[in-house]
Design a protein around this ligand. Structure first.
Ligand code: PEP
Ligand code: MG
Length: 874
């Protein structure tokens, strides 16, 4: 097989699997050469050579040496220079070229080919002995470092000693001084290492290649491959090309050009060019870095090569790649060389700008633009951010648990959060960790900070769900509950002091920082238009509050896929009526308490229907176990007892009676509805009356969707639907009008999957509750999973947390089964998903494949889901 691949402007040895055979740099140089842009001529040793060397004995095989000699001869011919020649010495830059960026590999060795003789020939050629010797010195240092494992600091000491003896400061002043320094280097190597830098260029090259190969096995490179999943035997390519004298004083330098202005998308070079220092001094540029954007085509005074030519080359590469490119280039004595190109890195905002611009220019189509944006990257655009100024006081850091920045007064309890929020004061809820009873505190807070917990802790999951910025596990901070103080970075903060948290970076910052609100217009909106045209699945939001419902619509939600009614009872006075209902001793008592909740529910639903203006709204009946609403602390228990005029012991008894070992598998969902049908009846009444009210106001009928949670038996649904239908008939009779509505169920238990065909007989729609479904299929508690699933991921037992990304093989297979069964019974059944995974791009791809009709996710994830749903169809 071919070992060595040559390249020069206009011609490169081709290979089909370029980046695997030649590595990134080698493949890229070959590409640039074939695009007829100026590159330094050279050759690449393919990765197969690395494998050959590994399997062989010591040193480089004879055949390879022979090939190397041939490649050198070719290069001598192309450059008109000679390796160890008597005039115009050929010098090489030798670089490792792996198929992916990889730390731990050998750094470039420059000026291979210099020796005691060629250094003087080069000095004569360039009429610059200092430059030639400077290069030689650098070559010896990097050769010794790579091949002989000499610490570069040793050479600093030697140079210091020589400088002191010979009386120079920065570098020797004449040839004799340079020779003395070089001799001293070699003497040291000989004495300490028992080896010197060889004088024969070919030997230098062989030794550098061999040593560079060895760095493939460096611990850093090895662990990087492990993490990135790059095979151990992928192997290393090595590229050698003719040196460019880009550091020679006159008309030389190094630069980086980007084919566009990334912020405007305008097609004009940006980037910079660094002049060699003496040249910069000469033309009075300080600092000697030129902004390419300020250079005009004819600015030969400042830019030593031809700007128009550079622009033309970069354009050609951009056109070939079909994306904005960044190009490294060098100028050596006025001659331009392109060294490397890559797709330019950009922020999410820039990526969108560029994608839209490319569509406008007809360079790519909408589908391609959709595919170019990582849906998850939109997250950074959808949340408030702030500018990183140098005067920010960082109090500590934790996990970036839910993105976005938030500013507010510190509060340590959810009650206090509620009180301040009632006064419209923004708060940050600071807790060691959060519990279900903190949900109302989290709802009213601008952001949440916890001292303990990771990115799947209760705080993190809830915060993401309701779109609150959240930092978890800020372990260096300490809460003193007794004094209600927060101790951080040697400071003591009190309740009411202002802090800012950044849930995107995990930072906790003292004081208020001006926040930048996301803009969903312009290019962002255009990209969303592309996505909306391309996608098949609808995207709804999980929300129950008016504020979030409005933001969901602003984010493009096409309805509400899950309104968790229990969340509507945690706030303010409502929880009192709820407690009254739960603590009631009989049905009459419960009905009385429910009477108080009815108008509250009705007005909540009316508002949601109005905001959603004709879009579908799925309202789920009460789901969690009742004990979640009951007071926990002694103080709260006493308060509840006195409010209800009952003895404290009554409250305690009821709490004890409702206690469950496995609340998640306990008395919740439709089980609650079956035990206490009056709850369903009240909720159904509230929904129907709200639908009529909102419909009358809008002049257009509202069609509510009522969803029954946690069904496993068809008969459960029969029972609950029976109650709903009965109430519907009653309300229609009372109000003298027709109501169209649908009743469906969540599919979130394995039994419901298996019986999906019979359940579908009476369900108008299914919404897969992938949170509970994952919990019950795995038998893993969704509230405790964070403690051990991260270990599973680390150990490679599972690839991803199944509570974040759908487990296609297990849970996914079951969903597909239920879809098939349901459609067999009822071909027109509406099918959606409303678990956390509904907003996860990888899961969305699966839901598209499975043929679901819609996904529903938290409002902030709606644009992400719209884009991901579009990608899934392309
Ligand atoms: C689910 O289980 O996936 C779901 C959406 O319901 P909840 O998270 O409220 O249990
Ligand atoms: Mg559920």
């Amino acid at each position: 097989p071919k070992r060595i691949f040559t390249f020069r402007r206009g011609a490169a040895d081709r290979t089909a699997d370029a980046s695997e055979a030649l590595g990134l740099k080698g493949a890229n140089l070959a590409l640039l050469a074939s695009l007829d842009v100026p590159v330094p001529p050279g050759f690449t040793l393919a990765t197969s050579v690395w494998r050959e060397v590994q399997s062989g004995g010591d040193g480089l095989p004879q055949e390879l040496r022979a090939d190397l000699r041939m490649a050198i001869e070719w290069l001598e011919g192309v450059t008109g220079r000679g390796f160890d020649g008597d005039t115009r010495p050929l010098l090489l830059a030798v670089r490792t070229s792996a198929r992916a960026q990889m730390p731990g590999l050998a750094e470039s060795v420059l000026d291979v080919g210099l020796n005691d003789r060629t250094v003087d020939i080069l000095a004569a050629e360039l009429d610059d002995p200092a430059f030639a010797y400077r290069s030689y010195r650098r070559f010896i240092e990097s050769y010794a470092h790579l091949v002989l494992a000499v610490d570069p600091a040793e050479f600093e000491d030697i140079a210091d000693a020589e400088a002191a003896e010979a009386g120079w400061t920065e570098e020797p002043g004449d040839r004799a001084g340079w020779r003395a320094l070089i001799a001293r280097y070699q003497t040291y190597l000989d004495a300490e290492i028992g080896a010197v830098v060889p004088q024969t260029p070919l030997e230098q090259l062989s030794a550098v290649i061999e040593a560079a190969y060895a760095t493939w096995r460096s611990p850093l490179a090895t662990s990087h491959r492990l993490i990135q999943g790059i095979p151990e035997n992928a192997g290393l390519a090595i590229t050698a090309h003719a040196m460019i004298f880009n550091e020679h004083d006159h008309n030389s330098g190094t630069g980086r050009a980007v084919s566009r202005d990334l912020t405007t998308g305008e097609s004009r070079l940006s980037g910079e060019f660094g002049l060699v220092a003496p040249r910069a001094r000469e033309i009075g540029e300080k600092p000697p870095v030129l902004d390419l954007g300020t250079l005009s085509a004819g600015d030969a005074e400042r830019f030593p090569a031809d700007m128009a030519e550079l622009t033309e080359h970069v354009r050609r590469i951009e056109a070939h790649v079909g994306d904005v490119v960044e190009v490294d280039f060098m100028v050596g004595d006025g001659e331009l060389f392109l060294m490397q190109s890559r797709v330019a890195r950009r922020t999410a905002g820039e990526a969108i700008r560029i994608a839209v611009q490319f569509v406008d220019e007809g360079l790519i189509d909408e589908a391609e633009a959709i595919l170019r944006i990582d849906p998850n990257s939109l997250d950074e655009l959808l949340h408030p951010t702030f500018e990183r100024t140098s005067d920010l006081v960082v109090l500590g850091r934790g996990m970036p648990a839910s993105p976005g920045a938030a500013t507010g007064e510190i509060v340590f309890t959810s009650e206090r959060a509620q009180e301040l929020a009632n006064e419209e004061r923004p708060v940050i809820l600071v807790r060691n960790e959060t519990y279900p009873e903190d949900i109302h505190g989290m709802h009213v807070a601008e952001g949440v900070l916890t001292i303990r917990g990771g990115t799947t802790s209760h705080a993190a999951v809830v915060a993401r769900g309701i779109g609150r910025p959240c930092v978890t596990g800020a372990g260096a901070l300490r809460i003193n509950a007794g004094t209600a103080t927060l101790h951080a970075a040697g400071k003591v903060l009190r309740e009411g002091d202002t802090i800012t948290i950044d849930g995107t970076s995990g930072e906790v910052i003292e004081g208020a920082v001006p926040l930048l609100r996301p803009a969903l217009t312009g290019d962002f909106a255009t990209l969303m238009d592309y996505a909306d045209r391309a996608r098949r699945m609808r995207v709804r939001a999980n929300t129950e509050t008016p504020i979030e419902a409005r933001s969901a619509r602003a984010f493009g939600a096409e309805g509400i896929g899950l309104c968790r009614t229990e969340h509507m009872f945690f706030e303010g006075d409502r929880v009192r009526s709820m407690r009254e209902m739960i603590l009631a001793s009989d049905e009459t008592g419960r009905r009385a308490a429910l009477e108080k909740l009815l108008p509250i529910q009705r007005s909540d639903f009316t508002e949601l229907f109005e905001i959603m203006a004709g879009l579908p709204v799925t309202i789920r009946l009460l789901d969690p176990p009742l004990h979640e609403f009951l007071p926990q602390s002694d103080g709260e228990i006493a308060e509840t007892a006195s409010m209800l005029g009952v003895d404290e012991s009554v409250v305690r008894q009821r709490i004890a009676a409702l206690q469950e070992f496995n609340p998640m598998l306990g008395h919740r969902g439709c089980r609650l509805a079956i035990s206490y049908p009056e709850i369903v009846e009240t909720q159904a009444r509230a929904i129907f009356e709200a639908a009529i009210d909102a419909g009358e106001k809008a002049g257009e009928a509202v069609v509510p969707e009522i969803m029954v949670p946690l069904v496993s038996l068809r008969k459960e649904l029969d029972f609950v639907k029976g109650r709903i239908d009965k109430v519907a008939a009653l309300v229609m009779d009372e109000r003298g009008c027709e109501i169209t509505y649908s009743v469906g169920t969540m599919i979130e238990l394995p039994r419901a999957i298996v019986r999906a065909d019979t359940i579908a007989e009476i369900a108008d729609f299914f919404s897969f509750g992938t949170n509970d479904l994952t919990q019950t299929v795995y038998g893993i508690s969704r509230d405790d999973a964070g403690n051990f699933l991260s270990t599973y991921v680390r150990q490679g037992i599972i690839e991803r947390d199944p509570f974040q990304t759908i487990d296609v093989e297990g849970v996914g297979e079951l969903i597909a089964l239920a879809v098939e069964k349901a459609r067999r019974t009822r071909p027109d059944i509406s099918l959606g998903v409303c678990g956390e995974q509904g907003g996860d791009p990888a899961s969305i791809a699966f839901f598209e494949q499975t043929g679901l009709d819609y996904v529903s996710c938290s409002p902030f994830r709606v644009p992400i889901a719209r884009l991901a749903a579009a990608q899934a169809t392309i």
